[in-house]
Design a protein around this ligand. Structure first.
Ligand code: KIV
Ligand code: NA
Length: 279
C-alpha cells in the first residue's frame, strides 16, 4: 500500500467509502493500526489517560505529545498521521496555534493537526491551513472543554444545539479544515450535518451517517481491566487485556514452578566442555 495523503482521503470521501481512523500513542499501537489498514492514525490527547494515567486530557503538555507523535510516526508507514494540539497550545492566538502546529509537524513528524472548537476557532484554523498544514476540526463534544460543558454530554440534542453544531461545522469547513471529527451527537443530526458539508466528517458516538469513524484504540481492542466505564458508542472488538493477563499469569506460575524456562528455551553446551569445566 502507498502512503495515504489528503488526496487519498478526499477520493474516499468522493466515492462514498467510509474513512477509517484509530488512535495510537506509541510505536506498537501505531504499528498495529498501520498494518491493520487504518487510513488515518490519530495521536489523540486521549493519550493523557490511556498512556500516561492522567485524570483527563487537560494535563498533557506539548513536549509529552511530541514524544508520542515521533514514536507513532516511525510506525505509520502507510496511514496518514494527525495529532491533537493539546489544551493550552492553541487557544491564546492564531500565532500561538500556528507555532504549536509547526512543532507537531517538524518535531512530532505528523502530517496534520487536529484542534477542538467551532466558529470561535475559525481564524486559528485559517492561519494554520494558510501555512500549508492540514487541519482536522473537532466539534460536538469537545473533551478539552469538559469543565465548561459540564462533563461528557451528548451535544446537539436540542434544535438550538443542533443549529449551533451546524454553524460550528460550517465555520470550521469555511476556515479551511479538510476534515472534522463529530463527537457525541445524535445520529440523525450528524447525518444531516454531514450532508450539508463538502468535507468529510469522522464520527465518534455520532452514528453511521458520517463519512468515517474513529475510536480510541485501547477501548476497541479491549485493553483495559474489567469493570471500567465505557461510553455507549464503544464496541469492544477484542480482549487484549484478558489475553495479556492470561499470558502473564501463566508466566508467573511457570517461573514459580521452574516449568519455564524448559530446555527448548535454554542454550546448550557440549558435554565435553561441561565436563572440563566441572573438574
Ligand atoms: O483524543 C482523542 O483520542 C480524540 C478522538 C477520540 C477523536 O480526540
Ligand atoms: Na482528543
Amino acid at each position: 500500500r502507498k502512503k495515504v495523503t489528503v488526496q487519498t482521503l478526499q477520493n474516499l470521501y468522493k466515492n462514498g467509502e467510509p474513512i477509517t481512523m484509530l488512535t495510537a500513542h506509541d510505536f506498537p499501537s501505531g504499528h498495529v493500526a498501520d498494518v491493520a489498514g487504518m487510513e488515518v492514525v490519530l495521536v489523540g490527547d486521549s493519550l493523557a489517560m490511556v498512556a500516561l494515567g492522567m485524570e483527563d486530557t487537560s494535563e498533557v503538555v506539548m513536549e509529552e505529545m511530541l514524544l508520542h507523535c515521533r514514536s507513532v510516526a516511525r510506525a505509520a508507514k502507510t496511514s496518514f498521521t494527525i495529532a491533537d494540539l493539546p489544551m493550552g497550545s492553541y487557544e491564546v492566538s492564531p500565532e500561538q496555534a500556528l507555532q504549536s502546529a509547526i512543532r507537531i509537524i517538524k518535531e512530532g513528524r505528523m502530517q496534520g493537526v487536529k484542534l477542538e472548537g467551532g466558529e470561535e476557532m475559525a481564524p486559528t484554523i485559517k492561519r494554520i491551513t494558510q501555512a500549508g498544514i492540514p487541519v482536522v476540526g473537532h466539534v460536538g463534544l469537545t473533551p478539552q472543554r469538559q469543565n465548561a460543558l459540564g462533563g461528557f454530554r451528548v451535544q446537539g440534542k436540542t434544535t438550538a444545539g443542533a443549529l449551533k453544531l451546524l454553524r460550528d461545522a460550517l465555520a470550521v469547513q469555511e476556515a479551511g479544515a479538510f476534515m472534522m471529527v463529530l463527537e457525541a451527537v445524535p445520529a440523525e443530526i450528524a447525518t444531516l450535518v454531514t450532508k450539508k458539508l463538502r468535507v468529510p466528517t469522522i464520527g465518534i458516538g455520532a452514528g453511521n451517517g458520517c463519512s468515517g469513524q474513529v475510536l480510541v484504540q485501547i477501548d476497541m481492542a479491549g485493553n483495559f481491566p474489567p469493570g471500567r466505564f465505557l461510553p455507549k458508542f464503544v464496541k469492544k472488538y477484542a480482549d487484549v487485556w484478558g489475553e495479556t493477563i492470561k499470558g502473564i499469569q501463566q508466566y508467573r506460575d511457570e517461573v514459580k514452578t521452574r516449568a519455564y524456562p524448559s530446555p527448548e528455551y535454554t542454550y546448550p553446551i557440549a558435554k565435553a566442555e561441561l565436563a572440563e569445566f566441572e573438574k
